[in-house]
Design a protein around this ligand. Structure first.
Ligand SMILES: Nc1ncnc2c1ncn2[C@@H]1O[C@H](COP(=O)(O)OP(=O)(O)OP(=O)(O)O)[C@@H](O)[C@H]1O
Ligand SMILES: [Mg+2]
Length: 267
């Protein structure tokens, strides 16, 4: 048999197995997702086989590269499932500044699409884990498989917690609470730097959630280690975003970026 025939056969077999499993696993998805490719559907099945999640309930957020879903686990707990689905040329370009110079990840720039998504998801998972273990307030990382990351759901019954940006848009919080939130964020940046030895790299009012009077820092795939050549620039930019937001949008007085920077780096 020629090589193409063999490949076709394998493909057919896979296809059949896939549709059979899919029928059996109808209750795996309460949300119909035509954006899922075969690999992703199989990945979700694998995560269920590992008892990492039971059923995908609905979409929480549909970003450009990744989608976040609300899911339920086998103990009926809420879960957040972040699935990396697309690699745009823009994405490749935007991640380059974070991976260049990072000995752990520089090689991934040239990977094909699906491999890059898996490595990027795993990078987010390991950053989350490192932060979580250092006591940084991030969603607890639970499972990783290929392009799919399972973590603690911040919110309740499928309703996600608001982002810092949204809370302020709704006229909250008052000055005192705003100061409290500001310092909690700074404390977490400190822990991230001094204990986890990482810099977030994309910190802003869009990547902080507020829930049960606690702040949660999210979206950590791009975080870099302190030995990254631009780590300190990223830290400065993160601080700048936070200071700018609290001064201009919230309207409270906070220390300057330089003061905060010194405090964090010299601690
Ligand atoms: N653990 C979680 N629990 C609940 N909601 C979450 C969780 N993680 C992320 N979200 C929601 O999903 C959104 C997107 O997540 P995240 O910021 O990690 O992805 P992203 O790739 O930056 O997407 P975007 O481009 O939309 O910002 C968040 O703004 C938040 O609303
Ligand atoms: Mg984000």
């Amino acid at each position: 048999m020629v090589k193409e025939d063999i490949e076709k056969r394998i493909e057919l077999k896979l296809e059949r197995r896939f549709s059979e499993e899919r029928l059996k696993d109808k209750d795996l998805f309460e949300v119909v997702e035509e954006v899922f490719d075969k690999r992703t559907v199989m990945g979700i099945m694998e995560l269920r086989r590992r008892r990492c999640l039971k059923v995908l309930k609905g979409v929480v957020s549909a970003g450009k590269e990744a989608r976040v879903y609300w899911a339920k686990g086998f103990s009926n707990e809420d879960l957040a499932v972040k699935i990396y689905l697309t690699v745009t040329a823009e994405f490749r370009k935007s991640i380059w500044k974070y991976i260049r110079g990072d000995p752990r990840y520089e090689w991934i720039g040239k990977l094909p699409r699906h491999k890059l998504m898996s490595v990027w998801a795993r990078k987010e998972f390991s950053n989350l884990k490192r932060m979580y273990e250092a006591g940084v307030s991030v969603p607890r990382p639970l499972c990783i498989y290929q392009n799919i990351l399972v973590m603690e759901f911040i919110g309740k019954e499928g309703v996600r917690a608001p982002l810092l940006k949204e809370v302020v848009e709704h006229g909250e919080p008052d000055r005192e609470l705003a100061e409290e939130i500001f310092w909690r964020i700074i404390d977490n940046v400190k822990k991230m730097y001094n204990s986890a030895k990482l810099v977030h790299g994309d910190l802003s009012e869009y990547n902080v959630m507020l829930w049960n009077s606690e702040i949660y820092i999210i979206d950590v795939s791009q975080a870099v280690r302190l030995d990254h050549p631009n780590a300190l620039d990223f830290l400065q930019r993160d601080l700048h975003n936070i200071v700018r937001f609290f001064v201009e949008d919230v309207g409270i007085e906070v220390p300057t970026v330089e003061e905060l920077f010194k405090e964090i780096v010299n601690e």
